[in-house]
Design a protein around this ligand. Structure first.
Ligand code: OGA
Ligand code: ZN
Ligand code: ZN
Length: 395
């Protein structure tokens, strides 16, 4: 703004930023055919016939210039605390929307960037489409991705998309290598540590602090529902599975919760509206939280299932509600373990199962440690980093 031709300078600058910065989501799209200030908004028309209305303060807040967005971090610098005084001069400058504000500031907006952010009367589209969750159908079988393919962009993307969509994906033909699970996890992000460590070994152990570290069967469960935020994603890499038994079982907790809502809405309501206690204790820890078995989001859709009978704590409920809670729990338990909802298969050495621990329940059949060895290595990841990885791979 101190140079002789501030507009030129700023325009060039703005274009560069469209190629790299804030506008990483830049794609081909409609051009702008018209823009006018209408009161406290700017109305723009694209050449595909669509129109958009943008409040002045919204536009000022989203100015992409180097003074309003840090050119390196791309983070917002502008603070929208003042109301806009005076209407800006609105023009189209070589297809770019140009706003000259009353205080002398000038903003440029790319037509496609604006088109992607049209403000609707109600609701807003997600900033960038991630795979939608798809409930398991009765013939659901996990997507399989070969280990060698996972090491390539396309295979990793397939793996991530299946995991976000189905809440479960199987990797196969991997090496029988100690810590392979850590190497694979490391491609996505740092492992999420818990009281069982960042990386844990599942095999029968002499002094188990956890049912998984015995040879007993594990009914369907989610891990660590006693944490305020249980781990999002669990990876279990099979190194040995020669013992008799030990087949893995899974069920889509969200799909079964919806099925419960259909057949027994009262049971569904009780599990969704009744916080109960979960607690894990050993020598070193005492980790407890109070939360419902089925947690719903603001729209009433399942957001999280907490289901783990070993670490369900004393049921502390008003006397009048105890019997009904058990009836609801029994119903959900039976539906989860019903063969129509539960899938079962034996993990082979070199396979890794990954699942959304807050949606999909997992379990295993009992195994006989006298008939052979069974050894899985596991870790957890945060869903944010899976989504991040998918966005980065989609660039
Ligand atoms: C676990 C678990 C399943 C298995 O470690 O949390 O559920 O197959 N293991 O041993
Ligand atoms: Zn600016
Ligand atoms: Zn488990």
């Amino acid at each position: 703004m101190t140079t002789a031709s501030p507009d030129r300078t700023q325009q060039t600058d703005t274009r560069q930023r469209f190629d790299m910065g804030e506008l990483a989501a830049y794609h081909d799209g409609p051009a702008l055919s018209d823009a006018v200030a209408t009161g406290a908004r700017v109305t723009v028309t694209w050449d595909d016939g669509t129109q958009g209305h943008f409040p002045l303060l919204w536009l000022r807040d989203h100015c992409p210039c180097a003074a309003c967005r840090h050119p390196l971090t791309r983070e917002r610098l502008y603070l929208p605390l003042e109301s806009i005084s005076g209407a800006p001069t609105v023009s189209l400058d070589d297809g770019i929307l140009r706003l000259a504000w009353a205080d002398g500031h000038v903003s440029h907006f790319d037509p496609v960037w604006l088109h992607q952010r049209r403000l609707e009367e109600a609701g807003m589209q997600q900033p960038q489409a991630l795979p939608a969750r798809r409930p398991w159908a009765s013939d659901f079988r996990p997507t399989r991705v070969r280990h060698a393919d996972f090491l390539e962009k396309q295979g990793e993307r397939e793996w991530l998309e299946a995991l976000l969509r189905d809440g479960l994906v199987l990797l196969e033909e991997g090496p029988l290598a100690d810590e392979e699970v850590s190497r694979l996890a490391g491609r996505i992000g740092p492992m999420r540590a818990t009281n069982f460590g960042a990386r844990f070994d599942v095999r029968s152990k002499p002094n188990p602090n956890n049912a998984a570290y015995t040879a007993i069967g594990l009914a369907l469960h989610t891990d660590l529902p006693n944490w305020r935020q249980p781990p999002d994603i669990q990876l279990l890499y099979c190194l040995q599975n020669e013992a008799e038994g030990g087949e893995s079982t899974f069920a889509d907790g969200f799909a079964v919760a919806e099925a419960l809502r259909d057949v027994d809405p009262e049971a569904f309501r009780i599990l969704a509206e009744t916080p109960i206690d979960f607690r894990f204790q050993d020598e070193a820890h005492d980790i407890a939280v109070r939360a419902p078995v089925i947690q719903l989001d603001a729209d009433g859709n399942p957001l999280e299932v907490r289901f783990n009978n070993w670490i369900r704590d004393t049921l502390r409920l008003p006397l009048a509600r105890v019997e009904a809670w058990y009836a609801a729990y029994q119903r959900f338990w039976q539906m989860l373990h019903d063969p129509r909802h539960q899938i079962e298969f034996a993990l082979e050495p070199g396979q890794m199962i990954a699942f959304d621990n807050r949606r999909v329940l997992h379990g295993r059949r009992a195994f006989d440690p006298n008939t052979g060895k069974r050894h899985l290595q596991g870790t957890y990841l945060d869903l944010d980093l899976l989504e991040s990885r998918l966005r980065v791979l989609a660039r």
